[in-house]
Design a protein around this ligand. Structure first.
Ligand code: ADP
Ligand code: MG
Length: 551
């Protein structure tokens, strides 16, 4: 209950064993706006105060007689101060004792003031007024403190969280608590759709509601977003901008509304609206508080927006990286193209010949069968070649799976077989038979091995030896794949640039093979090592972890 100016009516309890004295004090208090209760003893008073406090009606002030039978006033003060529910009650001692000792004893125990009987009504009222004034400012301070704490909490969530929805919900929750309102809404401008979106709304009937939209400029909220002005309407029916349709759209029933714009620099990006204060009317203080909160919310919204732009950008970057990887795959296949054409051409020739023979008139049935089954075997070979290429070609989907490294190497050798033959490269393999499967994205690692092998072939233009070796590291943590060629080798400077994108010494090179391979191996939690000297050949060691890399 309040007095219409926002100040609560003080509740005063007279604790006095003498009923005539109590009646006298009641009369003295009649000019004061207050609610008065009586108690005849300390025990009765403490019981009453506890009951009231539990019902949410705390006693502001007691006028406490010191000289009472059974429990005296000092005892009452002592019990009061020991009770967490009651200890904030203000105390004015009323006493006939005029000894300095008695007064200081009471004050020392926590009484706020004293007055000596018989007292003058004016003095009583003045002292009550003084105590209540202190009490009010203490309460205001406490309230301010709570508001500040909530503000700090909001800005903490708001600055630490980049998740927009979390920010917005925490904000409206905090605001409802601080301002003690029935409902609250956070509205953002959706420029693309040209609508105002109720991003988060708390309504008493439906709880959290999100995503409803209204036309820009509509209702009080629309007005605030359009003009950037704050609106405080304690009776919405008197406001020309109020629109019941907006209320309906948002799921609210507003009687009173306080709405402040959310602005970043000069741009209004939305608004916060609170609806129906639980006790009394919206004040200027509420307005200031909400404006302060809106300032930090606006920053948070901006942060979250920037963050999601950044995430989009990162996604875009990842996409273009994937495209680059795919392009390099095509380039690698391109380098094999000439030999693959041969590889396909040979079985095609064979098929052509055997089919021609089998169609020969007068051929015996078993001869015909022989030729067609030869053709069939060649077709099977063709299917395998194409399948291998397609497997390699297709962009990888999904994550790492336990994979046998040796079989990947064998696959790569099959892909490059003709190219190796044509380049006079002799391959020597020493594949460890007890290498356990290691977690990897098979087609990516295929790409790495293929790149390294093509580089080796290209480093031996007039042929040479290629040694391939797989092993498990001594500690069992790594799979090691070693590629050694007897090619041109590299200078220290070449080695330093090897993994740089676009570094190539070849007329038709892309310079991307090793850069992309490096990225792939790194994402697997592994590494690529190289040792080489001009004219001495080159050794690459690819090292892959046996346990899945942490994302
Ligand atoms: P590209 O093969 O398109 O040139 P890479 O990134 O695969 O691009 O290789 C970059 C460069 O590294 C090559 O141009 C070459 O100079 C050098 N290189 C790579 N592997 C070897 C090797 N086994 N022997 C000698 N030089 C090599
Ligand atoms: Mg290359």
């Amino acid at each position: 209950m309040d007095d219409g100016e926002g100040l609560p009516i003080p509740r005063i309890l007279i604790i006095e064993d003498n009923p005539e004295m109590a009646e006298l004090m009641r009369n003295m208090l009649s000019p004061v706006r207050c609610q008065i209760q009586d108690a005849r003893s300390g025990e009765e008073a403490l019981d009453l105060m506890r009951q009231e406090a539990e019902a949410g009606r705390e006693t502001d002030l007691i006028l406490l007689d010191i000289m009472m039978p059974e429990m005296d006033g000092y005892e009452v003060i002592a019990r009061l101060k020991a009770d967490p529910l009651l200890k904030k009650t203000s105390v004015i001692m009323t006493t006939a004792l005029d000894s300095i000792n008695d007064k200081t004893l009471g004050l020392g125990m926590g009484a706020d003031d004293y007055i000596t009987k018989p007292f003058d009504p004016q003095e009583l009222l003045a002292r009550i007024d003084a105590v209540m004034r202190v009490r009010r400012s203490e309460k205001a301070l406490l309230r301010r403190n709570q508001e500040l704490a909530a503000l700090i909490e909001i800005s903490r969530v708001v600055t630490s969280s980049l998740d927009m929805d979390e920010v917005l919900e925490a904000t409206i929750k905090g605001i409802r608590e601080i301002l003690q309102v029935e409902a609250g809404s956070l509205v953002l401008v959706d420029e693309e759709a040209d609508r105002l979106v109720f991003r988060t709304t708390f309504t008493p009937e439906q709880g959290w509601v999100a995503g409803r939209t209204i036309e820009p400029g509509k209702g009080i909220v629309g007005y605030v977003v359009q003009t950037g002005e704050t609106k405080l309407a304690n009776d919405v029916d008197l406001d020309p901008h109020f629109s019941a349709e907006v209320d309906e759209e948002a799921g609210l029933t507003a009687r009173a509304i306080l709405c402040v714009p959310l602005a970043i620099r000069d741009r209004v990006i939305g608004a916060i609206a609170v609806i129906n204060k639980l006790n009394g009317a919206f004040t200027n203080q509420d307005r200031e508080l909400l404006q302060a909160m809106a300032a930090s919310v606006a920053v948070a919204v901006e942060n979250a927006n920037l963050y999601s732009e950044l995430a989009d950008f990162a996604e875009e970057l990842e996409r273009s990286q994937a495209q680059l990887v795919q392009a390099e795959k095509m380039a690698a296949i391109g380098r094999l193209a000439a030999s693959i054409a041969h590889e396909i051409n040979n079985p095609l020739q064979a098929i052509h010949n055997t089919l021609h023979l089998s169609l020969h008139k007068g051929l015996e049935a078993d001869k015909r069968l022989h030729y067609t089954s030869l053709a069939q075997a060649e077709v099977q070979r063709l299917i395998e070649i194409v399948q291998r290429m397609l497997d390699f070609y297709r962009p990888s989907r999904g994550g790492a799976e336990p994979t046998d490294i040796n079989s990947i190497l064998e696959n790569v050798l099959a892909l490059a077989q003709k190219r190796l033959e044509h380049g006079n490269v002799r391959v020597h393999t020493q594949l460890s038979p007890d290498l356990p499967p290691a977690p990897m994205v098979a087609d990516q690692i295929t790409q790495v091995f293929l790149n390294v092998i093509i580089n080796a072939i290209e480093a031996m233009p007039s042929g040479g030896d290629l040694d391939l070796e797989t092993a498990l590291s001594k500690d069992g943590e790594w799979a090691l794949v070693r590629f050694h060629d007897t090619g041109s080798g590299m200078s220290a400077e070449e080695i330093a640039n090897l993994f740089e994108p676009f570094y190539t010494t070849k007329a038709d090179g892309t310079g991307l093979g090793l850069a992309i391979s490096y990225g792939i191996v790194e994402r697997h939690g592994g590494m690529i090592d190289v040792s080489s000297q001009p004219g001495q050949g080159t050794t690459f060691v690819v090292q892959l972890p046996m346990r899945p890399a942490e994302a």
